[in-house]
Design a protein around this ligand. Structure first.
Ligand SMILES: *Cc1c(COP(=O)(O)O)cnc(C)c1O
Length: 217
């Protein structure tokens, strides 16, 4: 079942699009099935759940933290996390840098943009994010590597609304690339698209989709 679902999703991805299998709320057994089918990149959004899975499952899994991360939790995941996708403040970026330095690591991160209509969705407004980049302190943080952006579209059936938000994400990425990361080949990740909208996300320039329910349920 999970293997079939996974294959279906993979078959629908364009070349060069990375798939994060979002395993949050799904049991270790399910992750094992996806792992046996060849998947190595998984997304989780709660530190405690991730801790259990990380301890139980094979060590070549690349775990992406995709949820809101509290600064006091960073120390628990810093030793092993492959990517922290939802960095929504300079304060969090600083703490990741601090903990990564303690582990002698450089941690890949994405900047989370708030482009959805709902006020409940987290992330930085584009202007906040550009302000942070202009302010420049991030350049001194040698233990984090900003790899790109992530966002979640509005929870709506209005496809044109979702498309608009994805295209804004694409535009923000392009402007950031040009202004701050033109010489940085590692700044190349556009993380948007989930089970309901990843095909549209791909059409709108996503190269990193986070798909959960379509694989695991
Ligand atoms: C849960 C979650 C996903 C996956 O959502 P599905 O609809 O299950 O594919 C993707 N991104 C984030 C940030 C999530 O919390």
């Amino acid at each position: 079942m999970i293997a079939d679902n996974l294959q279906k999703v993979k078959d629908s991805l364009s070349a060069g699009v990375e798939l994060v299998a979002v395993s949050k709320y799904h049991p270790v057994e399910s992750v094992k099935e996806a792992y046996a089918a060849g998947q190595r990149v998984f997304g989780e959004s709660r530190e405690q759940e991730l801790r259990v899975k990380h301890e139980t499952l094979p060590k070549d899994i690349q775990w992406h933290f995709i949820g809101h991360l509290q600064t006091n939790k960073v120390k628990y995941i810093a030793p092993y996390i492959a990517m922290i996708e939802a960095v929504d403040s300079l304060k969090l970026l600083q703490e990741i840098n601090r903990q990564a330095e303690k582990c002698n690591r450089v941690i890949d991160v994405l900047l989370e943009l708030h482009l959805a209509q709902e006020s409940t969705k987290s992330g930085m407004l584009p202007e906040e994010c550009f302000q942070m980049l202009e302010q420049g302190e991030w350049r001194s943080l040698k233990h984090v590597r900003i790899r790109g952006i992530m966002m979640m579209a509005s929870n709506t059936d209005d496809i044109e609304q979702i498309r608009k938000e994805f295209l804004r994400a694409r535009d923000c990425f392009d402007r950031m690339k040009q202004q701050f990361f033109a010489d940085d080949d590692d700044f190349n990740v556009r993380s948007y698209g989930m089970s309901g909208d990843y095909l549209l996300a791909q059409q709108c320039g996503s190269n990193h989709v986070r798909v959960g329910s379509m694989i695991f349920s």
